[in-house]
Design a protein around this ligand. Structure first.
Ligand code: PLP
Length: 452
């Protein structure tokens, strides 16, 4: 029988996270205080984050130890399996070898608990009793609810209203794990009330929900804010994924030519690719890392590399990143987790330095790829994940044309069991490509020039 599933023994689980800040050819630009526009220091962040995470945010240590309590919880579903996609390869008739890392095996169904558990741990250790956050499609909210439940903390989630209505089961899941969930914009915060005063029927957006969650955390001593992507410490926590892949591929004598991840705020892409970029930067390995985004929200492909806010109300520090503008309103595509205007500063800097590549795809091709994958490998991927699958299939077909036996690794960031409405729509022919108009992107970016 062919070796299809590569299982890393629990005792060989990586015990440190990899911090790519130690190895980047060009360092990050500092975040700026939103009021003074001067570089933000730890004191600017300490109202909403514990010091341990602020230290990780700016650390230049190459490896950071994973606390024992976090490892204990990781080991409930980690190391996650790495699969060789024999049936997909066969269907494509490609000489390429395709491997995928299955992060959908976590209790919340995605990679997000890798950072949620770490963040809850450090907040608990700092004496914090309650975490507030936003969630779009519900994947981050359910991951943080799960983590708070493990550490006996309260969790308050501002859920983008359109998802709250369209994805009731993610909300149920958060409530089962003990979180309080509200449809954002709410009347509970000033930023929510401001939005509702202008548009009482607002569907909400991630940018608005972030403003509400930050406001909630800044207003209470017992509460901190928690972000599921974008920030450096989140990218750091996700590197457990790529480090495991590194060991698993070694077990079968492989090394990837391509490492692929879908890209919303950048965390699952960073998680799988940074440990390989370590080799590319330090040992000159020729690995190509590809970040895949939707055409409807093409942050890396069409955005500007500049300082911008993380939220609509402009409460967050300014980050130097690829952005479509903090007032960018992405069209309502099914990959809710990829509809964010900004991008991780680490991923942005690496893209600007030419160390990684980006591709953008329309929804139709992405769902077609999801079906091909489900009908060969059996696993039903999240619509976000399907972007990575589309790119992996494209690369495999390019290998076929060139007659090249390359090795492709992609991150299966989550399963799609809560996204079946999207699959229904696709099967009914109701999913269309939505290309965001260039002039709206240009307008939104032009308005950024006045910021700094
Ligand atoms: C949230 C999410 C994403 C996008 O977020 P990143 O920070 O870019 O990883 C991708 N896939 C799944 C399954 C998600 O839940």
């Amino acid at each position: 029988m062919k070796e299809r599933k590569i299982i890393l023994p629990e005792k060989d689980m990586p015990r440190r996270w990899y911090n790519i800040q130690a190895d980047m050819p060009n360092p990050l630009q500092p975040p700026l205080n939103p009021a003074t526009k001067k570089p933000a220091g730890p004191e600017d962040l300490s109202a909403i984050f514990p010091m341990a995470l602020i230290e990780q945010e700016v650390s230049s240590e190459r490896f950071i130890d994973i606390p024992e309590e976090v490892l204990n919880i990781y080991s409930m579903w980690r190391p996650s399996p790495l699969y060789r996609a024999y049936k997909l390869e066969e269907a494509l008739g490609t000489p390429a070898k395709i491997y995928y890392k299955h992060e959908g095996v976590s209790p919340a169904g995605s990679h997000k608990p890798n950072t949620a558990v770490a963040q809850a741990y450090y907040n608990k250790a700092a004496g914090i009793k309650r975490l507030s956050t936003e969630t779009g499609a519900g994947q981050w909210g359910s991951s943080l609810a799960l983590a708070c439940n493990y550490f006996d903390m309260e969790c308050k989630v501002f859920m983008v209203k359109i998802s709250y209505t369209q994805k009731p089961y993610r909300r149920s899941m958060m409530e089962v794990w003990g979180a309080d969930v509200y449809a954002s914009p709410t009347e509970m915060t000033k930023s929510g009330r401001d939005v509702l005063a202008k548009d009482a029927d607002s569907n909400g957006s991630l940018g608005i929900a972030i403003s509400e969650a930050v406001e909630d955390a800044a207003g209470r001593d017992d509460t901190n804010y928690s972000l599921g992507s974008v920030l450096n410490h989140v990218m750091l926590h996700q590197t457990i994924i790529g480090q495991e892949c590194h060991k698993q591929l070694e077990m079968v004598g492989e090394y990837p030519d391509f490492v692929i991840g879908c890209c919303g705020g950048g965390s699952n892409f960073a998680g799988i690719s940074f440990p390989f970029l370590h080799d590319k930067i330090r040992d000159d390995r020729k690995v190509r890392a590809i970040a895949v985004e939707p055409e409807a929200c093409p942050t890396l492909s069409k955005g500007a590399f500049t300082y911008d806010y993380g939220d609509v109300a402009m409460y967050t520090p300014l980050l130097m990143m690829y952005t479509l503008g903090h007032d960018f309103m992405p069209p309502g595509i099914h990959a809710g987790g990829l509809r964010y205007h900004g991008e991780s500063p680490l991923v942005s800097q690496l893209y600007n330095d030419g160390l990684i590549e980006a591709r953008a795809y329309g929804q139709e091709g992405v769902f077609e790829a999801a079906l091909t994958f489900s009908r060969t490998e059996g696993i039903l991927p999240a619509p976000e994940t399907a972007h990575a699958i589309k790119a992996a299939i494209d690369v495999a077909m390019e290998c076929k044309e060139a007659g090249e036996e390359k090795t492709i690794l992609f991150n299966l960031s989550g399963h799609g069991h809560f996204d079946l409405t999207a699959y229904d729509d696709y099967l009914a022919g109701k999913i269309k490509d939505v290309d965001y108009p260039q002039e709206l992107i240009d307008q939104s970016i032009a308005s950024l020039e006045k910021i700094v």
